[in-house]
Design a protein around this ligand. Structure first.
Ligand SMILES: [Zn+2]
Length: 118
């Protein structure tokens, strides 16, 4: 098992987990309860961590995450999802909550094939 990602914001880690799980890669999130104990946070901050269960999936998982990292996030701005109203950070090209693609996003159209659910 290998750790592939960690971030202060659990939403982001969870987003990446959803991406990997959708590709059939088994993952595990550690420290996901780290932000629950507000007010009792020790000096050593613990970030939520995303782990790939099978080492054989690690390289593929890494590529998937890299593909989801926009090359120039500086030009982008935080946005609000038109579908569910969720606040989404600029790093995300799609809503972490419902998967809606960023409106007015001129990035390459990488539409997923329909009917992948279930
Ligand atoms: Zn949404």
């Amino acid at each position: 098992m290998k750790k592939i990602y960690e971030h202060l914001e659990f939403a982001r880690v969870g987003h990446f987990q959803a991406i990997l799980e959708s590709e059939g890669i088994a993952t595990l999130i550690k420290n996901q309860s780290a932000q629950v104990g507000a007010g009792e946070i020790p000096f050593t901050e613990v970030f939520p961590e995303l782990w790939v269960v099978d080492d054989n999936d690690y390289d593929r998982a890494l590529k998937l995450l890299e593909e989801y990292q926009p090359p120039d996030t500086e030009k982008l701005t935080d946005w609000t999802c038109p579908k569910c109203g969720e606040f989404v950070e600029k790093e995300f090209g799609e809503c972490w909550n419902c998967g809606t693609v960023r409106p007015g996003n001129a990035l390459e159209s990488e539409l997923e094939p329909p009917g992948s659910e279930g």
